[in-house]
Design a protein around this ligand. Sequence first.
Ligand code: HAM
Length: 522
Amino acid sequence: MATKTKYQAIKGARDLLPPGTDLWARVEQAAREVFGSYGFGEIRTPIFEPTELFARAVGEETDIVSKEMYTFEDRPSDLPDFARGSFDVVKSANELIGLFRAGEIPQGSVNKIRIAQLEKKLEQWHSVNEKFQSIARTDQVLAGDLEDFGTTTSQVAFLTRDVQLGDLISLRPEATASICRAYIEHGMAQWPQPVKLYCLGPMFRRERPQKGRYRQFYQIDAEILGGSDAPGVDAEVIEMVMVFFERVELPGVHLELNSIGHSAPPADGKPVCRRAYVEALRAALEKVKDKLGADSQRRIETNPLRVLDSKLESEQAIIATLPKIGDYLCDDCAKHYAEVKRQLDARGVKYQENWRLVRGLDYYMRTTFEITAKGLGSQNAVCGGGRYDGLIELLGGPATKGIGFAIGEDRLILSLQEAGKGSAAAGRDVFIAWMGEKAQATAIAAARKLRDAGFRVELPPVEQKFGKALGQADKLGARYALILGDDEVTSGQWTVKTLADGKQEKVAEKELVEWLRKSFRG
Ligand code: HAM
């Protein structure tokens, strides 16, 4: 039960506690095993990256980048704290201008504009100040002059606070951009292709928290980079995630599939099918604009594909009448999609096509997919992924094929728990109840031996009456209590009590490990 305390986890972030964390560990272990069997190796990337990386990769106009990232200035620690306002506003402003000219603070276009504004405001301040000082000498200060001086000084202070002192960095909202950055940075194009990587860890998005949606959440992400874009790669990566879900016994798994065509101009100058589709979609949307909500209306301009994602009840009938991507795919994309489907069939992977599945990140092309599971309510997507062949090039690397997915681990766990798969046997295997000095030494040695043999053992640090000790063993959910008193130590015949039924038996010291193993197997 939660208790009210002065400090609480930040909204949308949670503590994951034992025994619940056992299930997290089991799921992660299963991912490592399944992905390992497909030739994947683990990558761990930093949880923060330059904001620019996510803006480029995921897309400026996406919800993730435009609204949801945790972004902050990575200001050098040896800079004075201009932002908190110095008493001498003008001195601070001059220092900042000096730092900018010396190239010690970011030189980007935004800062250029802010420094120029600051310089202009400083000039104005000097003339206001000059006037103010000359009047002050004559003791004729009027309220208006004082106000002028005050306002201009505040404006200088305000502009000073606006100057960016360090580069902008963001907590990662997803892993694909970081993994692509790492691929380029470590010259992985020189490694044997394809490079298959997986990554587990927390991601951060400032979304409205609700069941299955958190601000710090966990993904299990897998990517295949480089090598071929043959449909067999798409089918295999989808097969892998389905095998994983089967391994962890996720209930009600449902896979949806789509192809959204391609957008990067191909070398041979063939038409770019997604562009043609987006144009047709935009034109159709313009005609029904009045009937759409504000979000969709805005998206007609910025990203019409995202209108297809709308969950607004009032828009569903309209969306059903819009042009479908399937009718616009070029021959190559259509062939690719048909072959992905054929190869999924060959692998016995069931799917449902969904022409509206466009995904909320900009880097996708051709294959996109999403997987839902039972017990999750409205946030029921437990995995999303797709192909992103142009991304590494967009980030400054060589032309490279790419495809991958991310599983929402929080949602996966929720669904497993709802299906009753999460009731991990917590507790202890053995609780050692001991009394007396000699028994303590024996208990310490026994605890070490049993732990070495892999049992979960609780050894009370101070002597307790047997009655109290057994009560504690019960509370901790121990399966057995090992009772060690003088008699047991002398005879070498230890008492083992099964806590569930109170049955007690003597087990020879030497045979205890084997006895326990057998009883756990049986
Ligand atoms: P995504 O669809 O944004 O894709 O996220 C993948 C999964 O992460 C979602 O299906 C969901 O289960 C989980 N998820 C997302 N946001 C939250 C949240 N606020 N709380 C809980 N779970 C959440 C990507 O992130 C892509 N990088 C996937 C990918 C990898 N595509 C290619 N490679």
